[in-house]
Design a protein around this ligand. Sequence first.
Ligand code: BGP
Length: 478
Amino acid sequence: MAFPKGFLWGGATAANQCEGGYKEGGRGLANVDVCPHGEDRFPVMLGHKHITAIDDEHYFPALEGVDFYHHWKEDIAYYGEMGFKTYRMSIAWSRIFPNGDEEEPNEEGLKFYEDVFKECHKYGIEPLVTITHFDCPMHLILEYGGWKNRKLIDFYKRLVTVLFTRYKGLVHYWLTFNEINMILALPFMGAGLMFEEGENEQQAKYTAAHHELVASAWATKIGHEIDPDNKIGCMLAGGRCYPLTSDPADVWKAMQRDDENYFFIDVQSRGYYSRYALKQIEREGCTIPWEEGDEEILRQNTVDFISFSYYSSRCATTHEEVNQTSGNVFASAKNPYLKTSEWGWQIDPLGLRITLNSLYERYQKPLFIVENGLGAKDELVDDGQGGKTVIDDYRIDYLREHIKAMDAAINEDGVELWGYTTWGCIDLVSASTGEMAKRYGFVYVDRDNQGNGTFKRYRKKSFGWYKKVIASDGTDLD
Ligand code: BGP
């Protein structure tokens, strides 16, 4: 069936994974820059190993990404050619405020994004901007301790005020924090937290989370005041959790896993902490650092829509002998009914329909799928016309099935869905592993895990396929 009129088809990227241009245009160092490729990546993202500057021992893939900083015109032309209606991208905070605590923004950084947004509009592409996709200026971490310091709320307010003012009329769709629930799993990535020996990590995470939630509500307020046409959303690492068996203990565990995920979105969309979240924090002996006015600001500034990433469903069980599988950082029991990707992520298109229905039931607000896709190894081959391409039928299959699930959720179940941006519409650095080999794009980029390659771009087979999908408004999926 047809998708609703004005449905926003497109693709998504994040500055830290594609932009590069580190040291150019006055940009400062950020937490995402010091997450290396290799075995130290996870300990750093967790906040346990501290790398605070670029060193010679490691390879840091975010410094160059896939060099969007110098290829943005070419890349946006590809998106235009595919007929994108929207392009989700993020702002590197340290390009606007290199240290994060300056009074005045960096004009070169502001101009860069202005040019990018204007270029998008040339092709009729509406930008969808993530204000922070995991990034936080390193200075704010070293000097203030990252988001566990309340001062970050003021620095963030300054950032968003500058962005909403400067890009008024150019950008109408905004997300405050990418995958806000990631704070609990990867606190250095999610909130710039670096733990000291013996520190109460849980308390630091809840403190940082509260500050981000208050900052997010402020951004919603400021964004609406500056331009009432702004649509401001939250962003969740989504994917329903199933009980592995009908054992009620498994059902209960799955429900708790989901609650952990909804923790933040509940606050952003309803305006207050849920009862189970308050109980959980209390049980862990932690507290919420309330200050005067917080409650009100949260209550009065809920989001306009809920966006989420969906790669997979998850499974929970109390039967410990069951195998675990990997998937988007959150552990899951292996579901025997599902196939997995080369990286062990379970493939579950119906899970997308289930997730859409659950979220819509729970919040009754418009939804937006802002990430979905298959990370796979691609092989560049001759295209028979003197050029090169990738025959990525596996990616087409994955996306086709997920689009069908989306179609069913809209047309059969009545879910209100504003749009769909596939993750990594151009190959980019993997957030979890720092690899280039895990590719999601419609456009191949010549770059490897060690940082070799020319950055040359090639259209894959999925490029032409997605173009057709968009042109037919989702009715031609062959
Ligand atoms: C999400 C992040 C993205 C992205 C994606 C795929 O969690 O928001 O930044 O990278 O996952 O994950 P990966 O890159 O690890 O394959």
